[in-house]
Design a protein around this ligand. Structure first.
Ligand code: BYC
Ligand code: FE
Ligand code: FE
Length: 470
């Protein structure tokens, strides 16, 4: 109809050329996707050549191609990690049975819901980040933003591929709705809380890629265990791209912290704000905010949904191979519930605590990133130390949403919370100050005054490289 050869245009390892039904579905969806990208993706910059990597195969070395491309021409491809011959289901009631190559009828709705929830976050994040291109602290960072954006676009493609290939008409309807919900829109919001939060400055962007994309990592690890083989293989490949998103966040914040360390050393006893830096305690408040919001993304501590997903073999634990008992039938999990205004130690069936089990892995991984920032402080002989807020802090989902907790997880009163909130989460003044720093720097190799340069350029290029041709 449109004359575009989709089999050429969409790099893939799913033999798209031979699947006429899927081709037709994608032909119908792709123009709507491009329309969504043009209206809800990065504002402007769509006519600029950007040095981007594109997934072109699933080989461990050489899966990515680097080159200049305009974002709307990005080749959003469909890649699944190659099938493992004779793969069996690794957990739950169906442990040991052959992995499903088609959607098991009895679990169709749960599976669709998991895939739609995952899919919804991908375009949501692009929408949240759409204005950031105008205030990038360097061409290097501008390019990284767009790299993340196009890859989140590809993650949407990956999920839409599953919906259109395996779910028939309702899959196609879900694929359309994924382009219709809007981050932060009161009438038609994205599904999960964090993905409706504004992300309009670069400190927020680095926190988002550090903490929210890291939720992506663990949710994808859990889905990569799925007994529904196409989902497992899709998520495994998505994880290769995800690593870069977290790199952007972890090193981005690391560079902000490094710059603050430098300004502190150069100007002893003075406020770094006087020199255009971002104070440590302000950075910590942004960390507290985004870490706690992203901690919500694991759902309730005790959840029958999570038990059902695990029993059914749809969503497993990250690194399931590290466990010895894969049915998790007789095991228990001990945690502090929050009931009637009190923290009470409780033992629950392990299957009901699978959200919490995944959150445990997430918290551990976050701590590694915090340790990395503290090594930056140590290197400069700075006493400040960053910390991860306790998982009970500032929660909107689960047991702890019903109370107020400090950074150590201690129960506090509403009055105490109100008194300390300005020390714990970003204030209007913090946001206004950060906003005042958001001036674009577009000269090659130059950095905004509030951030240190990266250790090295992208793909062995020098930092002075013209990553975006403006
Ligand atoms: N906000 O039993 P519960 C990524 C709902 S990020 C709003 O506690 P369950 C990315 C829940 O839907 C990875 N609502 O939890 C990162 C349920 O609603 P209903 C995203 C929430 O069902 C950066 C109710 O509360 N992937 O890839 O186990 C950039 C009670 O549910 C929230 C996935 O999430 C929330 N935070 O759900 C780009 C994987 N949390 O049924 C991309 C797929 C819970 O009462 N999703 N609710 O109406 C899942 O595995 C699960 O659905 C959840 C937990 C993790 C969301
Ligand atoms: Fe993603
Ligand atoms: Fe990501």
């Amino acid at each position: 109809m449109t004359g575009i050869d989709y089999t050429q245009k969409i790099p893939n390892n799913v033999d798209l050329a031979s699947d006429k039904r899927l081709q037709r579905a994608l032909e119908a969806w792709q123009p709507a996707y491009i329309e969504w990208w043009n209206s809800m993706g990065p504002t402007d910059f769509n006519q600029n050549e950007i040095y981007l990597r594109t997934a072109i195969s699933v080989e461990k070395d050489g899966w990515a191609h680097y080159g200049f491309v305009k974002m709307p021409d990005y080749r959003w491809g469909i890649f699944l990690t190659p099938a493992e011959a004779g793969r069996t289901i690794g957990f739950g009631d169906h442990f040991g049975e052959a992995a499903w190559q088609q959607v098991p009828g009895e679990y169709r709705n749960w599976l669709r819901r998991l895939i739609v929830t995952q899919a919804d976050t991908e375009p949501a994040s692009v929408e949240q980040q759409r204005l950031l291109g105008h205030t990038a602290p360097s061409l290097y960072d501008l390019r990284n933003l767009f790299q993340v954006n196009v890859e989140e676009g590809r993650h949407l493609w990956a999920m839409v591929y599953l919906l259109q290939t395996y779910f028939g008409r309702d899959g196609r309807e879900e694929a359309e709705e994924l382009l219709q919900r809007r981050s932060g829109n009161a009438d038609h919001p994205r599904i999960l809380g964090t993905f409706n939060e504004p992300c309009q400055d670069w400190l927020s962007f680095f926190c988002f890629t550090m903490f929210t994309d890291r939720d992506g990592k663990f949710q994808l690890l859990a889905l990569a265990e799925s007994g529904f083989d196409p989902l497992a293989r899709t998520c495994r490949f998505m994880l290769t791209e995800e690593a870069h998103h977290m790199f952007v966040g972890q090193t981005g914040l690391g560079r902000v912290i490094e710059r603050t360390c430098q300004l502190t050393k150069e100007n002893p006893g003075r406020d770094v704000k006087d020199f255009g830096g971002i104070p440590f305690d302000l950075i910590q408040r942004y960390v507290n905010y985004w870490a706690s919001s992203s901690t919500d993304l694991y759902g309730a501590e005790v959840s029958s949904n999570s038990a059902n997903f695990f029993s059914a073999g749809l969503k497993g634990r990250a690194y399931e191979e590290r466990y010895t008992e894969h049915k998790a039938l007789n095991d228990t999990y001990e945690l502090d519930r929050f009931t009637d205004g009190k923290l009470v130690r409780e033992i629950v069936p392990l299957r009901n605590a699978m959200n919490e089990v995944l959150r445990d892995e997430y918290v551990k991984d976050n701590q590694k990133g915090i340790d990395y920032w503290n090594r930056v402080c140590e290197k400069y002989g700075i006493d400040f130390r960053f910390r991860l807020p306790h998982r009970r802090f500032n929660r909107k989902i689960g047991d702890y949403a019903a109370g107020r907790f400090d950074l150590d997880g201690g129960l506090v009163t509403e009055a105490q919370w109100n008194e300390h909130a300005p020390e714990w989460i970003p204030t209007d003044a913090d946001r206004a100050y950060v906003k005042s720093l958001m001036q674009p720097v577009t000269e090659r190799g130059k950095m905004a005054g509030w951030i240190a340069p990266p250790a090295k350029g992208v793909n062995d290029t020098p930092i002075e490289y013209e990553y975006v041709k403006l």
